[in-house]
Design a protein around this ligand. Sequence first.
Ligand code: 5GP
Length: 188
Amino acid sequence: MFVIIAGPSGAGKHTVIRGFREAEPGIAHTISATTRAPRAGEVDGEHYYFLDRETFQARVAQGDFLEWAEVHGNLYGTLISELDRCVKSARETILELDVQGMRTLRALGYDIISVFIMPPSLEELEQRLRKRGTDSDEVIAVRLANAEAELAARGDFDYIVVNDIVERAVGDVSAIFRAERCRAYRQL
Ligand code: 5GP
C-alpha cells in the first residue's frame, strides 16, 4: 500500500507522520533526495539524501528517480532504489511528496492513497513557519506564496486531514489506514 502525504510547508506533515509511525512502527517511509541545504539537526541519509544540483541532475538523466520536482526553488525526488528498499521491508510505505509528486505517481499508474494535510488557516501556517525558526524570511515568503497553490489542489486528493490538533490528525491518518486495509480488493 502506497500512501502519499502532501500539503503545504508548515502544515505539519512530519509531525503527523512521526506520531503515526510511533503508533505503528511497521510502516516504511521513503527518504527523499534533495538539493536543499540541510537544516540544523538534519542528517544525510536519515532526513534526506542531500545532493548537489549537478549530482541530482545526473541521477535524473540516469533514470534513477521514480519522480522528482522543483519545489520552493530546490529539487526533490524519490529514488527508485529507495522505494525498493521500503517495499522489501514493509507492506505499507508512506511517501511525503508535494502535489506534483503525487500527480506523477498517479500518472505512472501506481495504486496510491493520497492524503492532503491542511493547516487550520494561512495565518496559522505562517506562524508555524516562523516559530520553526529554521528558514529565512525570504524562504518563508516563497513557501507561503506556494501554499496557496498547493491548497487549491487539495480537491485532487482522496483524503483531507486538517492538522489543528496533532493527536486528532494522527487519529485521522490511522483511520484512513484502517479503512484502506479493509478494502475488499486488497484482501481477495
Ligand atoms: P522541506 O524543504 O520543507 O523538507 O520540503 C519541501 C517540500 O518538498 C514539501 O512539500 C515536501 O513534501 C516536498 N518533498 C519532499 N520530498 C519530496 C520528493 O521526494 N518528491 C517531491 N515531489 N516532493 C518532495
